[in-house]
Design a protein around this ligand. Structure first.
Ligand SMILES: [Zn+2]
Length: 166
């Protein structure tokens, strides 16, 4: 399969490279190399749902949620849904960091999707996002309503399309 140079057909999520880098920098800053951090990935509700146009960091919705792992509290979802309503957005995925090179889902990641909706995509970034990270360094997980399909390496990069223009 050709990945480099492809148009991103089959991608589950697309992000502008500038947005991708800014997101990684924020995740790294918020976890400061010692704890996990994360964010919701949103798309315009009436547009291309694979195109991530907004990133909402967990700790902006729930300041107490970064406790080593991530314990996002139910009430913070109200803020998220309100924001989706006012800004015409839909949550299409989420991203969170893991320590070292570990990008497999934890039991909690698997058992408690941040949004338990078919088609939701979860991305896991290694090294607490403290290093330059390409899509082929992360893992991508697609929720089908009951379980997950997971990809790493070039397979992950084929599903997470990061380019200058998307
Ligand atoms: Zn995790």
């Amino acid at each position: 399969m050709r990945i480099r140079g492809s148009r991103g057909r089959g991608a589950l999520l697309r992000m502008k490279r500038r947005d991708w880098r800014a997101m990684l920098a924020e995740l790294g800053r918020r976890g400061h190399g010692t704890i996990e951090s994360g964010a919701f990935l949103l798309a315009s509700k009436d547009g291309d749902l694979t195109r991530v146009t907004r990133v909402i960091y967990y700790d902006d919705l729930d300041p107490d949620c970064l406790v080593g792992g991530i314990h996002f509290h139910g009430l913070a979802y109200d803020k998220l849904w309100a924001l989706c309503r006012t800004d015409g957005l839909k949550v299409v995925g989420d991203v969170h960091t893991h320590p070292a090179g570990w990008v497999e889902q934890s039991d909690i990641d698997r058992g408690s999707p941040m949004v338990a909706q078919q088609g939701h995509v979860a991305v896991i970034v290694p090294h607490f996002a403290q290093r330059p990270t390409d899509p082929s360094d992360v893992s991508v997980h697609l929720y089908d309503g009951r379980g997950w399909t997971s990809w790493t390496g070039t397979e992950a990069a084929a599903r997470l399309f990061v380019r200058r223009f998307v």
